[in-house]
Design a protein around this ligand. Structure first.
Ligand code: SF4
Ligand code: SF4
Length: 196
């Protein structure tokens, strides 16, 4: 196991909300509060300790950060009021910028290859197209199989009007403002990533 003593400093400076990790007192409340803990290899508490210990590869290659569903349980319970959810997402983003993530990591693939393209094309999530792209991202055969597996859920969502089967056409009102906002966010992100 390699220890990189510059890793903690990099996370504090370059990863969104990463500097908050310094405040963690390792009480474990976040680990006990996370409904997905059983599916994580390391809890938020452990990840924060690994950052401080300089375990760069182990943290950045971890799938744990990609498992967070933003339920905010941990945030409301942390006695030190760490913005844990945002720190976790920041670590995932940092791992992506460092090109440490397995390109086939399912959440990463969904975020980068499906969700981002879907929302930036029109300014809103088009549920029908999003689902199609997700199901067919590994080819026609895999897409049909996934569709068949999920047909009961899909029918239920259609019946209760939770899924609009008609693809959204055109662009939202104020699409130009939306793209300017994205450009500004990208500029701020680049500044953060280039911070020494
Ligand atoms: S609950 Fe807060 S202080 Fe406790 S281990 Fe988790 S992040 Fe650290
Ligand atoms: S916000 Fe993420 S890390 Fe926090 S409890 Fe929910 S799933 Fe777990």
């Amino acid at each position: 196991m390699a220890y990189d003593l510059s890793f903690a400093k990099d996370v504090y400076n370059k990863s969104e909300m990463g500097h908050w990790i310094k405040m963690c007192m390792q009480c474990g409340v976040c680990a006990g509060s996370c409904p997905l803990r059983a599916h994580w290899q390391h809890s938020p508490r452990q990840l924060f300790q690994m950052v401080r210990a300089g375990k760069r590869d182990e943290v950045l290659k971890s799938s744990d950060m990609w498992m967070c569903t933003s339920c905010y349980n941990c945030i409301v319970r942390c006695p030190r009021e760490l913005p844990i959810t945002h720190i976790i997402h920041g670590l995932a983003r940092y791992a992506e910028t460092e090109k440490a993530v397995d390109p086939m990591q399912p959440t990463r693939r969904f975020a980068v290859e499906v969700f981002w393209k879907n929302i930036t094309a029109t300014g809103r999530v088009g549920e029908a197209m999003l689902t199609m792209r997700l199901y067919f991202q590994d080819g026609i055969g895999a897409g049909i199989q996934r569709g068949l597996e999920m047909r009961d859920s899909a029918l239920g969502m259609l019946k209760t009007r939770r899924l609009n089967p008609i693809p959204f056409r055109g662009k939202i009102k104020g699409y130009d403002g939306f793209t300017k906002m994205l450009a500004k966010a990208a500029e701020l992100e680049a500044k953060l990533e280039n911070k020494a």
